[in-house]
Write a protein that binds this ligand. Structure first.
Ligand SMILES: Cc1cc2nc3c(=O)[nH]c(=O)nc-3n(C[C@H](O)[C@H](O)[C@H](O)COP(=O)(O)O)c2cc1C
Length: 305
């Protein structure tokens, strides 16, 4: 997830049992131009494998060259984004817009597959809108072009993130393909993950928004799927320790200046639902020091208990 699944986030997700993590999406052109921000997004040094690196773009040659760079830096898997609904992305024919140009999408997959050794996967939506639902046919074409697995987010581009994800389309794609299908959309708790696996037959479940400020979703889901045991959610103390660790990881990888800005959203997520936290939301948005994120904020929260 762009703006979320950076190195600090991925390390925590891994530590909590997530089996496969993915980078934020990376623009092919930014990568080819050596944009410094892109290098930060790409930085997976010493992280536990496997890591999937996600690329977006709509130019066959740029995508193939970007994939070569990423593979050269040791990507385990290259995922191609065909699901991003953001206007500034789709207006360039990238992200979910590729579902409206299947031949181009197929050429991109084929070119990337030809140029790298690692598996190439695609992430798609149900379709562009309710009048053009094409996930099954489109996914088949991606596999014929060389995709090793397909993730399906059960919403159309027109829905963005609203409405309910359609899990039946995930089932239909799964039944049509002979490669792994990963289901995505609206998995908010371990029981949802089990239900998605049962109802769709997909091989894996991708968890997005429910993991923000909540790496325990992974450990709890792994435990639930393995044993049927429903572990409790994190205690306030666990949230505090993990949020402080998150800050330290962010500061280590991006420096304190950036950590101070980026930690605001993570802290708001970590403290969602904690007594007294809503009252401190305004303060979180002004947080600007290590002292605040690792101690000051928590003392204020304790005082309000
Ligand atoms: C803030 C945010 C950033 C996202 N960035 C990406 C991205 O870079 N690549 C991608 O494939 N999907 C991205 N997504 C979509 C999610 O991966 C996922 O498909 C969607 O949120 C539905 O799953 P969920 O209900 O588990 O959140 C993003 C979603 C959010 C909320």
């Amino acid at each position: 997830m762009a703006g979320v699944t950076d190195r600090a986030f991925r390390i925590l997700a891994r530590e909590h049992g997530c089996g496969l993590v993915c980078t934020e999406m990376i623009s092919d052109q930014a990568l080819l131009h050596g944009n410094p921000k892109t290098n930060i997004i790409l930085d997976c040094r010493d992280e536990q494998s496997p890591i999937s690196t996600q690329l977006f773009g709509s130019n066959v040659e740029y995508m193939a060259r970007a994939a070569e760079i990423v593979a050269g830096r040791g990507a385990d898997i290259i995922d191609i984004n065909m699901g991003c609904p953001t206007p500034k992305i789709v207006k360039n024919g990238e992200g979910a817009a590729l579902m409206r140009t299947p031949a181009l999408a197929a050429s991109i997959v084929a070119a990337v597959v030809e140029r790298v050794q690692c598996p190439v996967t695609v992430k798609i939506r149900k379709g562009w809108d309710e009048n053009s639902v094409n996930a099954v046919k489109f996914a088949r074409l991606m596999v014929r072009s060389g995709a090793a697995a397909v993730t399906v987010h059960g919403r159309t581009r027109s829905q963005f993130y609203s409405g309910e994800a359609d899990w039946d389309i995930i089932r239909q794609v799964r039944e049509a393909l002979d490669v792994p299908v990963i289901g995505n959309g609206d998995v908010g708790c371990p029981e949802d993950a089990a239900r998605m696996l049962n109802e769709t037959g997909c091989l894996g479940v991708m968890i997005g928004r429910a993991s923000m400020g909540n790496p325990w979703i992974f450990s709890r889901t792994v435990q639930y799927l393995a044993t049927g045991e429903a572990l409790p959610g994190p205690t306030p103390q666990m949230r505090r320790e993990t949020a402080v660790r998150h800050y330290n990881l962010l500061a280590q990888t991006k420096g304190e200046h950036i950590a101070n800005r980026e930690m605001r959203k993570h802290l708001a997520w970590y403290t969602r639902g904690l007594r007294g936290a809503a009252r401190l939301r305004g303060l979180i948005n002004q947080g600007c020091s290590r002292e605040f994120f690792t101690r000051g904020f928590w003392s204020l929260l304790d005082e309000g208990q």
